[in-house]
Design a protein around this ligand. Structure first.
Ligand code: SF4
Length: 328
């Protein structure tokens, strides 16, 4: 279905959320889309987010996967929406994202740094089936030879595998699938709209086969729920078997905006863990340093044991060889 086939919604009184005052609103089933022009499209990422990139391209805000812990929930409040109830069903769509991106990439002020895509809403969530923003975004980055990383949990990324593979020939490009744990019962509770870990592992393998380097963000690792030696080892082993080119561990973060929902769920489902979480997080969003560094260090060791990372070196070597040949 094309987006302009979705019904337009009439304006509502002044009690409406802030985003509605500047957006075209369309509905599809339980989801409301707020179409807006992008004021900017390459936005800075705070270092505290720990995402390993300084710049983000966010064609969507809000995410149908509706992960309980998602740090992007807070931004929904700034739009006048509810970070809990609306986050998975009220999706802001920057309809001119690709055009705006081409303009910003061509600006003399842009230094060509790596950008992360999909940090404030999965860029291959169901909305992308309707709006098809990503082909234009990937093509703009490919044409500019700009390095980038696409974060997703969704197999829809395979639709753009050829474009992504082309981009990977001219710049450092990585698809990054997030898989924090492989317990499907837990996944249904905290990532209710996301595919199973098994499907994401298969996605990682298929991207690699189709010429798109795919790494795994092993996150979030949930304290006392998915951080045992056996659980960490099981994830790392399966990620290695899927042929991931990198593995980046991330312990659960609890910034204000997602902390409330996660802690409420924890109190309902695992009340005996609440004191331990209060001890680990205090009033901050990061778990205590000693815990975090221990878990991240252990995952890094396991990644070495299972040989993750060696494929990244092979991709890089192949691309530089191709470039040398092209220069002859
Ligand atoms: S898939 Fe990513 S962006 Fe979407 S809700 Fe989950 S953590 Fe947030």
């Amino acid at each position: 279905m094309r987006f302009d086939a979705l019904p337009l919604v009439e304006d509502t009184p002044e009690t409406r959320p802030r985003i509605e005052r500047r957006a075209v609103r369309r509905v599809s089933g339980d989801t409301t889309f707020y179409e807006v022009p992008a004021r900017t499209i390459i936005d800075p990422v705070p270092e505290a987010a720990g995402l390993g990139v300084s710049w983000a391209v966010s064609p969507y805000r809000g995410c149908a996967h509706a992960c309980l812990y998602c740090g992007a929930r807070r931004a929904h409040r700034y739009l006048g929406l509810d970070g809990e109830r609306d986050f998975g069903s009220a999706i802001v769509v920057k309809t001119d994202a690709a055009k705006r991106l081409r303009a910003e990439l061509a600006s003399p002020r842009w230094a060509g740094e790596p950008v992360g895509i999909g940090l404030s809403g999965d860029c291959y969530q169901d909305a992308e089936k309707v709006y098809r923003l990503m082909p234009g975004i990937v093509a703009a980055l490919r044409d500019a030879g700009n390095p980038f990383r696409v974060m997703t949990k969704s197999a829809l990324i395979l639709r753009d595998a050829e474009l992504l593979a082309q981009a990977a020939e001219v710049a450092e490009v990585e698809a990054r699938v997030s898989i924090g744990f492989v317990d499907d019962r837990l996944r249904r509770a905290v990532e209710p709209g996301a595919p199973s870990a098994q499907k994401r592992l298969e996605l990682c393998a298929e991207l690699g086969e189709r010429g798109v380097p795919c790494g795994v963000l092993m996150g979030p690792i949930l304290p006392c729920l998915t951080d045992s030696e056996d659980q960490l080892r099981a994830v790392v082993r399966r990620v290695a078997e899927a042929g991931a080119v990198s593995l980046t561990p991330m312990v659960l973060q609890l910034p204000s905006g997602s902390r409330e929902w996660y802690m409420r769920w924890l109190a309902e489902e695992h009340p005996r863990l609440v004191p331990r979480y209060e001890e680990l997080y205090g009033q901050g969003s990061l778990a205590a340093d000693d815990y975090r560094l221990r878990v991240v260090g252990r995952v890094a060791e396991l990644a070495r044991v299972y040989g993750i990372g060696t494929r990244r070196a092979a991709w890089q070597a192949r691309r530089s060889a191709d470039r040398q040949l092209a220069l002859l």
